[in-house]
Write a new protein. Structure first.
Length: 311
């Protein structure tokens, strides 16, 4: 009811800019430019956690951008969700655009083939041939935080981003399969190492959720990246779930072929993907350091994380 009431009041009450408070506008031109005026690019925290996928961000976190994210997350300014979803969609496109699908290669600038679906990937991040939707996986908030806020801000933004991606020709859907399986402490005030320890093992894919992650590239999404601890843990949970699914499929296939003289069919576990490889057929699979998470996309990241070319 609380979320429904906020939706209604956002429609009927005068709005103010979520960034600077200017009246009678959801987001003024200046704050809109600060949020989405630059091209999204790859970001990398310092220190970079092991296992963090490539992350793409649209804006530097601070001032107006910080105010906008807090207005949406903590003050329930739900009218901002569509705008934030559009910004997140841009970061998703930037990440997918850089993915090379030829031979399971690492990130590049060209297109290729999605080995899981056979769909072609164009240089602008769109998919040709059979539709292979981009799967947006939101980093979940704790249940207590969702109750206190009256909504799940990252999931709401992810849904808006998926709509924007579909509107502009990129098949996309939200797979909200991650769950918190234990409570974590408030991350504010913790060091990078402490944040990693705090969230280690805290996330898991819901039962049956691995099936929803099949058939398309996975992009982890969040509103903000600071140390990268939450995205690293989310990536671990997704990789683990997909690896378990592959092992289950391999075991089932082995049992089904035992003694029946069937042709050799094996599952490629090294890529963490459900892609099957038959003898004599080479299959291209998405790969980033031997895993199947393409990337992560966030609206904002700390300013120093944009300095990826430093020594």
């Amino acid at each position: 009811m609380r979320g429904w009431w906020r939706d209604l009041t956002d429609l009927v009450l005068p709005a103010e800019c979520g960034g600077c408070g200017r009246p009678r506008t959801v987001l003024c031109p200046e704050c809109r430019a600060a949020l989405g005026g630059a091209a999204p690019c790859r970001v990398r925290p310092v220190p970079e956690p092991p296992g963090l996928p490539f992350v793409y961000a649209a804006a530097r976190y601070g001032d107006e951008v910080r105010a906008v994210l807090l207005a949406h997350k903590e003050r329930g300014a739900l009218a901002l969700s569509g705008l934030l979803g559009g910004v997140l969609a841009g970061a998703v496109r930037a990440g997918v655009r850089q993915a090379s699908w030829s031979g399971g290669g690492a990130f590049g600038t060209g297109g290729g083939v999605d080995g899981a679906t056979g769909a072609g990937v164009t240089g602008d991040g769109r998919y040709g041939g059979p539709a292979a939707p981009v799967l947006l996986v939101p980093v979940p908030s704790g249940r207590g935080a969702v109750r206190a806020r009256g909504h799940d801000p990252v999931r709401r933004i992810a849904l808006a981003a998926a709509r924007e991606l579909r509107r502009t020709g990129t098949p996309a859907r939200v797979a909200a399969v991650l769950r918190q399986r234990r409570a974590v402490a408030d991350q504010s005030g913790l060091t990078s190492r402490q944040r990693l320890d705090n969230v280690a093992g805290a996330l898991a894919v819901a039962p049956g959720g691995a099936r929803l992650l099949e058939g398309g590239p996975v992009v982890l999404v969040d509103d903000l990246m600071t140390t990268g601890a939450s995205l690293t843990e989310a990536a671990r949970a997704v990789r683990e779930a997909r690896a378990d699914a592959v092992r289950g499929a391999a075991d089932g296939g082995a049992r089904g072929r035992r003694g029946d003289g069937a042709r050799d069919e094996r599952v490629s576990v090294v890529y963490g993907s459900g892609t099957r490889e038959r003898t004599g057929a080479r299959t291209a699979v998405p790969k980033e350091g031997g895993v199947d998470v393409i990337c992560a996309a966030v609206i904002a990241a700390t300013p120093d994380s944009f300095e990826i070319n430093r020594n």
